[in-house]
Design a protein around this ligand. Sequence first.
Ligand code: SAM
Length: 268
Amino acid sequence: MSKNSHLGHQAKKRFGQNFLHNDAIISQIVDAINPEPNENLIEIGPGLGALTEPVIERAGDISVVELDRDLAHRLRHHPFLAKHLTIYEQDALKFDFASLATDDKPLRIFGNLPYNISTPLIFHLLSFKDKVKDMHFMLQKEVVERMASGHNCKAFGRLSIMTQYQCQVMPVMEIGPEAFMPPPKVDSAIVRLIPHKTIKNPVKDLKALNHVCLTAFNQRRKTIRNSFKKLIPVEQLIALDLDPTLRPENLALDDYIKLANYITDNPV
Ligand code: SAM
């Protein structure tokens, strides 16, 4: 049997399959999620059920979104899991998570995410934040560092700004490659995201915030005078109290909010 086979399933690289197999670590992750009965729990990428089974034992029935048809088939025929799962054999990147939310039951989304699509998947999930109570994800450690980073750090960028604007970001624990089968080449970490109920300093247009982030961090070594040349005249940067000689990572989240509101009010 190949070294990439786990519980009789050949791990598929294209689906980012690295299966958790260490019971102690699985139980720490489930403790961090803290699933309870009668909640609206949704797992992305249940795979062979490493997290699914202990979550069901604590919470009862849950929904899962799994793209690999072999794994979805296994889950449908699993003697214990099948009767507790609603299985969506779909691409989580295109899945309408809002369709599973109800007014009295906001979503609790969790998963050991496929690392090859984790950033676009996080952005997709953030678009449902109004329906979400919390999210717990296993990600590449470096991605969690980028999400949680403050300004003046190398890791600070669009992912930090867009996530922190919308959620409280709490790194929970780090996990080494040996906890997975096959082991990934990178370290991993669990992060908890809790969408803000109200945003203290809201942007007029979230797309504008994304746009200023893309413009700034596309060439993060440029000064903001140069990176924003086509969007915002240097006098306006100064009027917004921003030093034009700074680099994108030196501006704080509130500065990006100011810039986003400026381009909303003054489209080029
Ligand atoms: N939860 C399992 C575990 O922890 O052992 C498997 C985690 S594995 C890192 C990622 C899982 O996501 C796999 O089951 C994979 O098939 C699934 N997956 C990959 N791409 C997906 C997508 N676009 N939508 C939904 N599931 C996906």
